[in-house]
Design a protein around this ligand. Structure first.
Ligand SMILES: *Cc1c(COP(=O)(O)O)cnc(C)c1O
Ligand code: SF4
Length: 358
């Protein structure tokens, strides 16, 4: 029997004819799909969440190509080579991206459940100008020869599109390496294809083991969360897998106070812990999704801090070739001297606490 998620992948919505079953295309959307030679597509499930008539729908804007992708005034060329330190001296397999001493990103596939228009890995995943050899055996061998690596982030593309057997092999092989203390998987599937969370997957990567598996998904707008998402997250947690979110700050999609707050509150309501909000990276052709850098810190200040629980607070980071740099709001300390600290809260009220000599 073919599993539902496999059928969803086989029936990926990736032509105008298929898309017209879900929405009334605008002229701009139709024009962009016809003119741009770009890989695009979305699962039928996620397509069904699109607004039929509104081209400003936050899901439509993440899924349907825009002619603005031709513009690259502010982006960097060869972005991924820079960002993933692919041009450094340390010899590494193509599948291994390294910015830190103790952890690496391990790229295992270039296929996705949806091809996000704002993807910072679009050179690899969407445009496919950057070709990487994704040899899992070679990557595993490199990891086992590097005892300083204690944390492996499996990424892509979308790793959860691998079969249960392949995922089981990956997780088991990593767990067999004595210096690996934790495994992480970055996947949008809990959001864009929750049907992927099956009993088979739970068996393949779940269950008690001293090396835990963490999944970080990507949800950018409250509209992406359904009853089915809630169920899928519960299933993952019921077999010991923790789920976090890495949102991307996207202009016109989630860069207003109300949407930003609702997104983070709604994530917690379905048991997903907000982990990061990323500044939309300067990859080529995604200028139209980028805000000024400060925007994310302002949103955390105006929508989250003090306005809702600390559990809903992600860290706002800018991902760079030297790692992720936090860019949090800094209005809290309004003054300090040897004797005291003057502090401000989210309502602008001030208070003082005594300082402590070192
Ligand atoms: C994001 C990333 C990691 C993981 O970073 P955390 O801050 O630990 O989540 C590791 N390696 C690379 C290359 C990355 O881009
Ligand atoms: S799922 Fe991830 S890798 Fe794939 S297109 Fe979206 S952001 Fe890029």
């Amino acid at each position: 029997m073919i599993e539902e998620w496999v059928k969803q992948m086989q029936n990926q919505v990736n032509s105008i004819e298929k898309l017209e079953k879900y929405i009334n295309l605008s002229d701009d959307e139709r024009h962009a799909i016809e003119k741009l030679n770009t890989r695009w597509g979305v699962s039928p499930y996620f397509a069904s969440l699109m607004d039929k008539d509104d081209p400003e729908c936050p899901i439509r804007k993440q899924v349907i190509p825009s002619i603005k992708e031709r513009v690259n005034e502010y982006g960097m060329n060869n972005y991924l080579v820079w960002k993933e330190n692919r041009a450094t001296e340390e010899a590494r397999p193509d599948s291994i991206a390294r910015q830190y001493h103790d952890r690496i990103a391990f790229t295992v596939t270039e296929t996705c459940g949806i091809y996000c228009r704002h993807c910072f890995r679009k050179e690899l995943v969407v445009d496919r100008d950057l070709k990487l050899r994704m040899d899992v055996k070679e990557g595993l061998e490199w990891i086992s020869n590097h005892p300083e690596i204690r944390d492996v982030l499996i990424t892509g593309g979308d790793p959860l599109l691998l079969s249960d057997d392949k995922l089981k092999y990956l997780v088991t092989s990593l767990r067999d390496i004595p210096h690996i203390e934790m495994i992480r998987i970055g996947s949008r599937l809990p959001i864009v294809l929750p049907q992927r969370i099956t009993d088979g997957l739970k068996k393949a990567i779940g269950g008690y083991h001293k090396v835990p598996v963490w999944i970080n998904t990507q949800c950018n707008h409250p509209k992406e969360i359904t009853e089915q998402t809630a169920r899928a997250i519960y299933e993952l947690m019921s077999c010991g897998i923790n789920v976090g979110n890495q949102a991307v700050l996207l202009k016109g999609i989630n860069d207003d106070v109300d949407t930003f707050r609702e997104l983070h509150q709604k994530l917690l309501r379905i048991r997903i812990r907000p982990y990061y909000v990323f500044y939309c990276e300067p990859a080529p052709g995604i200028d139209h999704f980028r805000t000024p850098v400060e925007k994310g810190a302002e949103l955390i200040r105006d929508a989250l801090r003090g306005h809702t629980t600390g559990l809903a607070q992600p860290m706002y980071v800018l991902a760079t070739n030297i790692g992720k740099v936090p860019l949090m709001p800094d209005y809290y300390i309004v003054g300090k001297n040897e004797k005291e600290y003057a502090l401000r809260n989210h309502k602008g009220e001030e208070t003082k606490i005594p300082n402590m000599p070192a």
